[in-house]
Design a protein around this ligand. Structure first.
Ligand code: URA
Length: 286
């Protein structure tokens, strides 16, 4: 192939990657359930534009779906526009810091309707250089009151999980897709996620953790830009802009379904293997 044709072909492949079509042109068969489990190869995703997310493609159905907090239809996948020039993979805000992200949100953000009922913006907490970031859905009542993520019942369970991994809460970073409490603990809506998630992506861009662990469907679907149920890709590894990303069930789901703790512990053990951690104590019992 001459150089000109080769460059055009490469540009199309990059474009397809950016659209999340990579697995289709690479090897459809590799993404079929049987091959996937025998090879252990995860489905692939593309990296996001700065204000959007990677796209999940080809995750295989494996388990019963996790019930959502409300039976709402999942958001439709966002179409990522074609890259012009440099690949979308490379874009980050030069010199960004968590303080800048917080300052850009501002003390009185009114960008979406969630501001109307919130008490505190819940930005995120923990080690700004954490190797592990947990991403939840959005603050609940306790978090809204205290301005800190995961401090209610689900948060206490998350803390136990973190400690069972041999870490302390202050070793990791904990944040949410939306920074203000959805009324009555409903799921964040599409426009709220679209408005707030760029700040989450900037937080992750600053921290650049080794591992991002998405807690629950909202977080996983936002980060992977998919409307597939979490049970189809839970426990699989994805690449997210240089970090490894894994999704597991939300601690609030575990409070309702303690039998699923074993599945979550398996996912966390995969995280521990990547981070080279030994468990310090028994995981929260079922
Ligand atoms: N659930 C979440 O998703 N985030 C919190 O901060 C608390 C509960």
């Amino acid at each position: 192939m001459d150089q000109n044709k080769r460059s055009r072909a490469e540009a199309w492949l990059r474009y397809a990657d950016d659209l999340g079509l990579g697995p289709y042109y690479r090897d459809r068969a590799a993404l079929q359930p049987a091959e996937q489990s025998s090879s252990g190869a995860p489905p692939e995703i593309s990296a996001p534009a700065p204000n959007s997310s990677p796209t999940l493609a080809g995750a295989a159905p494996r388990r019963a779906p996790e019930p959502s907090r409300a039976q709402r239809p999942a958001p439709a996948p966002v179409f990522i526009p074609p890259a012009t020039g440099a690949s979308l993979f490379e874009e980050r805000i030069e010199g960004d810091t968590l303080d800048r992200v917080r300052a850009d949100i501002g003390p009185n953000c009114t960008r979406c309707k969630l501001h109307k009922a919130r008490t505190n913006i819940v930005f995120g907490v923990g080690n700004p250089k954490a190797h592990l970031v947990f991403v939840g859905e959005g603050p609940g009542r306790d978090e809204d009151e205290q301005g800190e993520p995961f401090v209610g019942r689900a948060g206490k369970l998350l803390t136990q999980m973190i400690e069972a991994m041999g870490l302390r809460r202050q070793d990791v970073y904990i944040c949410n897709v939306v920074k203000c409490r959805p009324p009555e603990n409903r799921l964040p809506e599409k426009d709220e996620i679209a408005t707030c998630s760029p700040f989450l992506l900037r937080q992750l861009g600053v921290i650049q953790p080794k591992v991002i662990c998405c807690l629950g469907s909202c977080s996983a679907q936002t980060m992977l830009n998919t409307n597939q149920g979490i049970s189809r890709f839970r426990g699989e590894w994805f690449d997210y802009r240089g970090s490894k990303l894994i999704a597991t069930y939300h601690p609030a789901y575990l409070l309702r379904n303690p039998a699923a703790k074993g599945e979550v512990w398996k996912d966390l053990q995969k995280v521990m293997a990547v981070l080279g951690l030994e468990p310090k104590r028994k995981p929260p019992s079922t």
